[in-house]
Design a binder for this molecule. Structure first.
Ligand SMILES: NC(=O)c1ccc[n+]([C@@H]2O[C@H](COP(=O)([O-])OP(=O)(O)OC[C@H]3O[C@@H](n4cnc5c(N)ncnc54)[C@H](OP(=O)(O)O)[C@@H]3O)[C@@H](O)[C@H]2O)c1
Length: 363
C-alpha cells in the first residue's frame, strides 16, 4: 500500500444490505435505561464520568514523568490515527518502546499521524497496521500480519470506536457499532492472545507486565434492558445511543471475562472522560440535542482535550496499581459501572455467544 493511497472504501460499505429498519426509540429510551440500570445508585460515579476534573480522588498522571521506560516492549493501539488513540501512541512513543503498531483503517490518515508523531519524537518506531474492525477478514489479515512480524506483544489497547451511527451493518451483518466496537476487537484480541500469553511468561514481565486495555464509555449505562440482548443483538429499532451503550457495555464485560480466563494478563476497561474528538461527528448529524450542544458550546461545555482523554488508558497500560478485570473512571479511579457491567454471568454469556456467532462466519 503506498503511503498516500486513500483507503476510505471500507469492506463494510461493499455489502449491499436491505434498508435498515426505522429507529423507533427516542432519546428518552437510552436516558431511561441509564437511570434504571444503576446510574441512580452511584450518581457520584456518573458525575465523575462526565466531569473527571471534579474527581478529587482521581490520580494525577503526567505521561512524561509517570510512564515507565518501555524499552523492548511491543505495543498495538487500534484507532491510533486520530483522537485519543493518536495521543496515546504519541505519549507511549516518548518512552522508547521497541515498536508501536498504529492500527487503523485509513492508510493516508495513519501515515500522516505516524509522520506527525515521528516529527515530535525522534527515533520513534511506529508501524501502520491496516485493519477495518467492521470486517472479520480484515481483522484476521491484520492479526496475521502482526504475528508474522512480531514474537511478542506487551500492550494491546483496544481503543478504536464509533458512536451515533444509524443502523447499518458490518460485513458479517452485525450492527455497525456493536460489530466495530465489540466483535472486531473480540476477534483481534482472541487472535493475539497466544502471543500475549507467551509474552506474559517472560520473567522480567511478571506479574503484571502484559496488558489489555479496552476503551469503553460511561455511555454503557445506556445499554438496553437485559444489557446485551442476545436474541435481538442488532437492536435495529433502538436508539443509536442504546446500541452504542450495548457495544460499550460489551467492552466492560469482555474485560471481566479476559481477566477470568487469562490471569497472567492484566486486563482493564477505561472510560476516557468526555473528550472533544471526531467521535461526535456522527452524533452531531444524527442526534439533534448533541448537534445543538456541539454548535452552541463548540464542544467546550464539560468536554476535555485529547491530552486529558489519553491519561486513563496510558495509566491502565503501565501502572503497577492496575487490577485485572476492573473498570476505571479517569484517572485510575475504580468504578462499578451499571448493574449489567457488574454481572459476571452476563460476561461469560457474551463471550460464549460471540465465539459461537463468529464460528458461524468461519472465524
Ligand atoms: N471522545 C469521548 O468523549 C469518548 C467518551 C467515551 C469513550 N470514548 C471512546 O474512546 C475511544 C476513542 O475515541 P475518540 O474519542 O478518540 O474518537 P475518534 O477520534 O473518532 O477516534 C476513533 C478511532 O477509531 C477508528 N475507527 C472507527 N471505526 C473503525 C473501524 N471500522 N476499523 C478501524 N478503526 C476504526 C477511527 O478511524 P477513522 O479515523 O478512520 O474513522 C479513529 O481512529 C472510542 O472507543 C470511544 O468509544 C470516547
Amino acid at each position: 500500500m503506498s503511503l498516500n493511497q486513500e483507503t476510505t472504501t471500507h469492506e463494510s460499505e461493499l455489502v449491499s444490505d436491505p434498508a435498515p429498519l426505522p429507529q423507533t426509540e427516542t432519546l428518552l429510551a437510552p436516558l431511561r435505561n441509564a437511570l434504571t440500570h444503576g446510574a441512580l445508585l452511584s450518581p457520584s460515579e456518573v458525575i465523575i464520568s462526565f466531569a473527571p476534573y471534579l474527581n478529587v480522588l482521581g490520580k494525577t498522571f503526567i505521561p512524561k514523568t509517570d510512564l515507565p521506560d518501555l524499552t523492548g516492549r511491543v505495543i498495538l493501539v487500534t484507532g491510533g490515527n486520530t483522537g485519543i488513540g493518536k495521543e496515546t501512541v504519541l505519549r507511549l512513543a516518548e518512552h522508547s518502546p521497541s515498536r508501536i503498531y498504529l492500527a487503523a483503517r485509513n492508510a493516508t490518515k495513519a501515515e500522516a499521524a505516524i509522520q506527525e508523531i515521528k516529527d515530535a519524537v525522534s527515533g520513534a518506531q511506529i508501524e501502520f497496521l491496516e485493519v477495518d474492525l467492521s470486517s472479520c477478514a480484515s481483522v484476521k489479515r491484520a492479526a496475521g500480519e502482526f504475528l508474522r512480524k512480531e514474537q511478542r506483544l506487551d500492550i494491546l489497547i483496544n481503543n478504536a470506536g464509533i458512536m451515533g451511527f444509524t443502523a447499518t451493518k458490518t460485513t458479517e451483518g452485525y450492527d455497525i457499532q456493536f460489530g466495530t466496537n465489540h466483535v472486531g476487537h473480540h476477534l483481534l484480541t482472541k487472535l493475539l492472545i497466544p502471543t500475549l500469553l507467551k509474552t506474559a511468561e517472560l520473567p522480567e514481565l511478571k506479574p503484571k507486565g502484559v496488558r489489555i486495555v479496552n476503551v469503553t464509555s460511561a455511555g454503557h449505562y445506556a445499554a438496553p434492558s437485559g444489557g446485551i440482548v442476545f436474541d435481538d443483538i442488532n437492536q435495529e429499532k433502538a436508539h443509536m445511543l442504546t446500541r452504542y451503550g450495548q457495544s460499550k457495555l460489551a467492552n466492560i464485560l469482555e474485560t471481566h471475562e479476559l481477566a477470568r480466563r487469562y490471569p497472567s494478563i492484566t486486563s482493564s476497561a477505561v472510560h476516557p472522560g468526555l473528550i472533544l474528538t471526531q467521535l461526535y461527528d456522527a452524533s452531531r448529524e444524527n442526534i439533534p440535542l448533541v448537534g445543538y450542544w456541539m454548535v452552541v458550546f463548540k464542544g467546550k461545555l464539560f468536554m476535555q482535550s485529547v491530552e486529558q482523554g489519553a491519561l486513563n488508558q496510558l495509566w491502565a497500560a503501565t501502572s503497577d496499581e492496575v487490577e485485572s478485570g476492573v473498570y476505571y473512571n479517569p484517572v485510575g479511579s475504580k468504578a462499578m459501572g451499571s448493574t449489567y457491567a457488574q454481572d459476571g454471568e452476563l460476561a461469560r454469556k457474551l463471550w460464549d455467544w460471540t465465539e459461537a456467532d463468529l464460528a458461524k462466519h468461519g472465524y
